[in-house]
Design a protein around this ligand. Structure first.
Ligand code: NAP
Length: 283
């Protein structure tokens, strides 16, 4: 039976650390603010935005919410992002994705000042991560790294397999593991004999978006298994990409869903916002 990696507990520690950092900045007269922009009424996005607001309150970060109707035009959204870029009270800007399909996400991300891009999705920040000289790390992969670190298992020299190659999870996750001297393989929907590759993984990260996709026969005995997936089942329950009950019998360490990667993503966002405020104020 594997050891559970408790994302709730670890994220609480990260948020406590951020709260201390924010209190320290406040003592120097520096406030920390995060603007969260949500367009439309996607229920999942609404839940994420509410969790982010709660986390801000806990960390002493001022949160500014902009809830725009689904009919918002590209020009209106760009104008808001521009306004937030110029607002000194706003240290971090987060535009909740996905945006309604008539909006061009790439253009909106490109309009965010890289110094306020606390999601680290802007091409400048993506490039900085690639060369290993970065201010912020993308929230979900950075949260996954913290969970891996919590096990005490070193990444150096390990076989690491990431399933998924999205710009927000899979690719940056692979890059972070590479920076830590892991030997990294990225798998995707065209990968042949996926199970043979995942079975070699000492560290396996699943970011696929398919419920219980990773089964026990795909996992090496004793592996660290990080489940990024957040899939809503027909009964409304949340389910990861990993067949948790079966895989926990075989893995060395495993994250649950919920209570694993999700809370870490939000905690890292808080950390990035505090870092942005520090950098913007020359600290
Ligand atoms: P995405 O953009 O849809 O990417 C999914 C990836 O999985 C793609 O690279 C895709 O390959 C690959 N894939 C799909 N079917 C596959 C198969 N049969 N075999 C191998 N690979 C396959 O999703 P994402 O944004 O990265 O998110 C992934 C999951 O993480 C989702 O459940 C999402 O909700 C969750 N998520 C959670 C958090 C959190 O905070 N916990 C944050 C972000 C995302 P191709 O590239 O070839 O299509």
């Amino acid at each position: 039976m594997s050891k559970l990696i408790d994302g709730k507990e670890i994220s609480a520690r990260v948020k406590a650390r951020v709260a201390e950092e924010v209190a320290g900045l406040k003592a120097e007269g520096i406030s920390v603010g995060l603007a969260v922009v949500i367009v439309g009424d996607d229920p999942a996005s609404r839940i994420y935005v509410n969790s982010k607001k709660k986390a801000c309150a806990l960390c002493g970060i001022d949160s500014y919410e902009y809830a725009l109707p689904a009919s918002t035009t590209q020009e209106e959204l760009l104008a808001l992002v521009k306004k937030l870029c110029a607002d000194d009270a706003v240290n971090g800007i987060l535009v909740q994705l996905p945006l309604p399909s008539h909006l061009d996400e790439g253009q909106i991300i490109a309009a965010i000042d890289p110094k306020k891009d606390v999601d680290a999705f802007h091409a400048v920040n993506v490039g900085k991560i690639m060369i290993g000289d970065f201010d912020f790390l993308p929230c979900t992969p950075a949260g996954c790294m913290e969970l891996i670190d919590s096990t005490g298992v070193s990444v150096e020299g390990k076989r690491c397999v990431v399933i998924g190659r999205s710009n927000i999870v899979g690719k940056p996750m692979a890059m972070l593991l590479l920076h830590r001297n892991g030997t990294v393989t990225i798998c995707h929907s065209r990968t042949k004999d996926l199970a043979a590759i995942t079975r070699e993984a000492d560290i396996l990260v699943a970011a696929v978006g398919r419920p219980r996709f990773v089964t026990a026969d795909m996992v090496k005995e004793g592996a660290v298994v990080i489940d990024v997936g957040m899939n809503r089942l027909p009964d409304g329950k949340l389910c990861g990409d990993v067949d948790f009950e079966a895989v926990r019998e075989k893995a060395g360490y495993i994250t649950p869903v919920p209570g694993g990667v999700g809370p870490m993503t939000i905690a890292t966002l808080m950390q990035n916002t505090a870092t942005a405020a520090r950098i913007q104020n020359g600290r």
